[in-house]
Design a protein. Sequence first.
Lengths: 883, 89
Amino acid sequence: MPANDSPLSAERIAYLEGLVRQARTAAAVFTQYTQEDVDRIVKQMVLAGLEQAPHLAQLAVSETRLGVLEDKTLKNMVATEFVYDYVKDKRTVGTIREYPDRGVAEVAEPIGVIFSLTPITNPTSTVLFKCIMAIKTRNAVIFSPHPSAGHCCSEAVRIMYEAAVKHGAPVGVFTCLESQTLQDNAYLMHHKDVGLIDATGGPGMVKAAYGSGKPALGVGPGNTPVYLEKTADLDMAVVDIITSKTFDNGTICASEQTVVIDDEIYDTVLRKFADLGAHVCNEKETKLLGRTVIDPTTGYMQPMAVGQKATDIASMVGLSVAPGTKLLIAPIAGVGPDHPLSVEKLFPVLAVCRANSVDEALKLCVDVNHAGGLGHTAVVFSRNDEVIQKFGEVINAGRIIVNAPGSIGALGGVYNDMVPTFSFGCGTGGGNSTMDNVNVYNYLNIKRVARRTTAHMWFRVPNQIYFNMNAVENLRNFPSRSTVIVTNPAMEQIGHVDIVRRNIPPGTRVHVAVIPDAEPEIKVVMEGVETLKFYKADQIIALGGGSVIDAAKIMKLKYESPQADLVELAAPFLDLRKRVVQYPTDKVTQARLIAISTTSGTGSEVTPFAVLIDKQAARKVTLADYSLTPDVAIVDPQFVMSMPKGLTADTGIDCLTHALEAGVSILSSPYTDANALQALQLAFKYLPIAYENPRDEEARTMMHNAACIAAMAFSNAAVGVNHALAHAFGARFGVAHGRANALMLPHVIAYNAAVPSKFMPSPNQKGYVAHQKYAMMADLLGLGGETVEEKVQNLVAAIEHLLDQLAFPRSIADLGISKQDFESAMPDLVKAAFDDPSWRSNPRMPLLSELEELLWSAYRGRGSAKPSSPRQHKTVVEERLCV
Amino acid sequence: MTPMMNVEIDEKRVVVALRESCEQLDGAVGEVMLDFSSVPRIDPSGLVAMEALADAAADKGVKVILCGVNVDIYKVLKLAKLTQRFSFA
């Protein structure tokens, strides 16, 4: 065997390289094997291992001089039979698990070459276990046994290898270092062709494995605390503890180290231990034991005691004990350096400690847990579920064994249903990457094959919409004891409120709450809520434009759910279904909201949106939730017949913008498309007529319907970058919403129709379709054109023509805003537009520079509506979309 | 035109066929094409033989082209770091 401190010779390097090459070849070939192939081989290996279990146990005891032959035989059988029972039906090749409802499949990818260190304490059982795991997962292993267990381990590897190859495993799948040094281990740990280090061994080796920079499975040191609580079955607990602690002379690192016993049962428990063959040390003996079996310098157990019998340890220390003594019990008064026996002792010496309360007992167990055993194993004996639960919460251990022996319990499969293992992951507390009972899944790369899922979509609108002239008469169908009409002064003055009043069923108590004609402030809303409360309203009729209807929506929210925090509910979100803030469902009262719109633009009577002004914080609060949608919408054109020309144009273009943006939104669906396209057709036809001839009933009716229909589209598909930009510069320069939208429209269409410089993630869409949808709109409007590009150009031209008909200013400059003012406002405008949530459903993700470019295009106006990207889609007409 | 030798690799005798190809390299000039169409799987001895063939071909300056290699075997060659030593068709 080469000396530990000498560098590796050329011959040794060639030898190690040969091992790696052989393993790499075997692992490569192994990738072709099927599940049936490996299952067949594993079964034969397990049978061979079972047959040789006593032989290997004998070799291990003889070579290591640790442990108990009978127990080692048992361990070898657990490592084969129990592990086989666990793995035999597990899929480890190809697709191993499928989640059809999620469209996700898990597919196994072998690691390749595993470099595996095995310990002196469980030498042959660990090898058997790892060989089975490796074949089951199609990996090759180079074993490096503990130097004092080299022979028995290499024999275990040989038995497994021969059985495996005989039944078809690739030649070279297992090799075992003939003899090894730290340099050999270091060389292999750093070898580029080693995929994983599986280090079951002492802390030094585990640390070296992690230090190599390779993926590693390590195990941590243990120091198992046991809480023996007063409600426990004491006879069972004492036998379990003796069974476990004496198993293989205490060499399993999960075995009990310090038992914390409730005061009430302490003396009884100790007497029971003594009755079953344990020697309970007196104070002097405990001190002597502590000085001898624990190294006073390091504070760790003395290696010479590891795995020795209790009687041998007693004579080593100079204690007089009865022949056949199984276990030495050392009462200690606490945990820490003053109590040397409170550390890990891999031999049949068990510390016990008295506790005067559950609290004290748990604290002592935490102390033991933190005295070298973090992440490993802990045991509790109790019939009190609360105690068991608390123990599980406060103790940091990968295996918390309840009412069962620690060592055999932790191995899994015997006393409980944990995964059988011979390698205990100890989590970060133990400096490990896993806290699992290391198993086949730790020997696999598990790939996720994730199929594209179809997002759940929706189309939500009020369930009752009444439209056409005199639709307001439908109010008679809604019984109410107390109705509050929310409206603004103009509606009262022109007699609209009276029309509404006349149609409310007789006998209804009616109160009119008049609010200012402006975007609602929080104060106004809260006054309205007080009115609703005062009149115990069971019905709210919102009569007005968007501001009035928005105010009524928020009043209803606060009236029904006073706990609703408006500012919190306005928190930004990306996906309605995944939003952090949920709207209240607990309601102290309920009121029907009927919205009667008096403009043909916002469509607020059917939308789930409401905007409010927080004057104190000087900001707008936008609320969005389907619970805000009015219960009933009344779209009666008699309330818009007197709209002035300017308002007709502004609100009409708002409606058109809703249709255009919802039509190309990434949230658009066939349901919203149907509405968007219909609204577009109606608006194109009737907006100029309604504008020119305000008394034209048909035009007014159709525009009123168009606004509502467009709103149904954008209630579900949302809007886009046009709105983001219009909000930004409209707010800054005091430009009406419809007018601000109009100034952006031609430029945004050209922008969205070009090849995006940045695509928007849009799981609902198949490919980029905005340009095709614009072309489809042009077709519907009969605008002509052969190619998609021509059709988009025709659509832009038609919109520009419409804007001219409506006498809109055709550039921001035309509004009288100087270039200098616009330029100095630009950084704020771009920021405001980017912060606006509207663009998040835009088909094209706007870059900041593009937002600026669009604003400048709109500033310059006519003729500057050209795509920001020189590239155009090369799609021809045939690619017409179906509606 | 470069003279080319074509060898079909039989599934049952991959190692033998590869060894034979190795011996025939002496007479070959330019390129050797090995047809793996009928080979579904390769074992460690086959891989060792392929490595030997790659060594011999490199010595003699002959280019070895593998055709009809299925993706499972291609992955084995990749993991065994042999793909860079052959050409594929």
